[in-house]
Design a protein around this ligand. Structure first.
Ligand code: PEP
Ligand code: MN
Length: 345
């Protein structure tokens, strides 16, 4: 059950509701937002009459939510979540494209990539400065220098920055440069990191763990939201199955499933989802057709020389074809993908 307090509710009223719920056997988790407090009451009580809470002083609304995740659930919030990131609306009618290399490698690489993707309708520049690599001997990222190159290139071309945060100790540093924190697949259940990001004002892009069920993924989202950060984007990036042809199996059925279970925006990453450059375009088309709110794709000025994920990184011409084709599909579904100013002129 989720209890939303009136914006004007005072501390005594909030305490009284918490006590009432505790007395009835509920565990209560309190989130204090900018204007109002929300109480998440956890406990299974099939016959509980929510009107008993609705009538308490200071209570604005009560929602019965049977899923284990409350704030992430569509039962609690029926309308889609939308929010702005520097003038761009996430989760709205526009399908957003995040593009860029797997890793930030140099100033020039970020400049070339940013110039190209911005000219073709992307709104976010991706790139890892801290990389979660399977091998400790692989390139681990440029660290703060990488963040600087990415921020500067994004700013020169009107793009927003998204980059991965791997541990709590990096939050402050990365927060100085990024518009969105990416939580990688390997960290989806790093609960301490999720809780700390939940206390941030910066939106979080939560990738699905390679072996996680959709419910586990939504529970991970709940960790962030229960700490007060409502600005979350889910990203399907492929799961591990018995199939070995592709790097992962891109679970596109997760898109309609998540749309039904949650109000959160969902993006799809066909680059990590397939691991093969030639499979990215068809799966990007399919993702938009399935109802994704955005895509994350890896693009590199010279994929064969990429320090990570070269085989799945698109050449610039492939990225252009992708943008053109997904725009047609989005339009067929009454959604938009932005046409950059020069192209529109
Ligand atoms: C990435 O986006 O480069 C990345 C490492 O993704 P994932 O966490 O999905 O493997
Ligand atoms: Mn990558």
């Amino acid at each position: 059950m989720v209890v939303v307090m009136h914006p004007g509710a005072d501390e005594a009223q909030i305490e009284q509701v918490i006590e009432f719920l505790n007395d009835d056997g509920f565990g209560v988790h309190r989130t204090t937002g900018v204007s109002q407090s929300v109480l998440c009451a956890v406990g299974v009580k099939r016959d509980f009459d929510v009107r008993r809470v609705k009538v308490l002083d200071g209570v604005a609304d009560v929602y019965r939510v049977t899923e284990p995740y409350k704030f992430a659930s569509r039962t609690w919030k029926q309308e889609n979540t939308t929010f702005e990131v520097d003038g761009v609306t996430v989760g709205g009618n526009e399908v957003l494209v995040i593009a860029g290399p797997c890793s930030v490698e140099s100033e020039e690489q970020m400049e070339q990539t940013a110039a190209h993707i911005a000219a073709h309708g992307a709104t976010f520049l991706r790139g890892g400065a801290f990389k979660p690599r399977t091998s400790p001997y692989s390139f681990q990222g440029l660290g703060e220098d990488g963040l600087k190159y990415q921020r500067a290139a994004a700013d020169r071309h009107g793009l927003r920055v998204i980059t991965e945060v791997m541990e709590i100790g990096q939050i402050d540093l990365i927060g100085k440069y990024t518009d969105v924190f990416q939580v990688g697949a390997r960290n989806m259940q790093n609960f301490n990191l999720l809780k700390e990001l939940g206390r941030s004002e910066i939106p979080v892009f939560l990738k699905r763990g390679p072996s996680s069920t959709i419910d586990e993924w939504l529970m991970a989202a709940e960790y962030v939201m229960s700490q007060g950060n409502p600005h979350l984007i889910l990203c399907e990036r492929g799961i591990r199955t018995f199939e070995t042809y592709t790097r992962n199996t891109l679970d596109l059925s997760a898109v309609p499933v998540v749309k039904k279970k949650s109000h959160l925006p969902i993006f799809v990453d066909p680059s990590h989802g397939t691991g093969i450059r030639g499979k990215v375009l068809p799966m990007a088309r399919a993702a938009v057709a399935a109802g994704a709110d955005g895509l994350m794709v890896e693009v590199h000025p010279d994929p064969p020389s990429a320090l990570s994920d070269g085989p799945q990184s698109l050449y610039f011409e492939q990225f252009d074809a992708l943008m053109q084709q997904i725009r047609l599909i989005a339009n067929a579904l009454d959604r938009t993908i932005r046409v950059p100013a020069e192209a529109a002129a």
